[in-house]
Write a protein of this length. Structure first.
Length: 125
């Protein structure tokens, strides 16, 4: 695998709500899985980001009471979409997720790289 001339900014996209029934413990487990992957990317020399890292604090301030409510719809996916515009690519992890699949589709449409495993990502110099 060729090396990247600089660290890549990569959006980690995976399930957040999918399969959770909006159970807070399951939501947290999904967020943790994305964060664990992000840590691996960071240790590989890249700048990993998740939409959840930016959206969840905003949701709290906006008064969101539960996933899927008005503030959630206003903020959650739009944050990820705006973030994706700044990223070099997307790393898709985990199981079924309409939102993560949407990020992959948007990345491909914008000509960005889409990865499905850490081993596919060029090493940062």
């Amino acid at each position: 695998m060729p090396a990247s001339p600089h660290p890549l900014m990569i959006l980690v996209a995976g399930p957040y709500r999918s399969g959770t029934g909006d159970d807070p413990v399951k939501l947290a487990a999904h967020a943790r899985a994305m964060n664990e992957t992000a840590l691996d990317l960071f240790r590989a020399g890249h700048l990993p980001v998740t939409g959840e890292a930016l959206a969840l604090p905003l949701l709290e301030v906006a008064g969101s009471a539960r996933p899927g409510d008005g503030p959630f719809k206003e903020i959650f996916h739009p944050v990820a979409e705006r973030l994706l515009e700044r990223c070099d690519g997307v790393l898709r992890i985990g199981g079924p997720s309409a939102g993560a699949d949407m990020m992959v589709e948007q990345a491909r449409a914008a000509g960005k790289d889409v990865y499905t495993a850490l081993t596919e990502i060029p090493v940062a110099r």
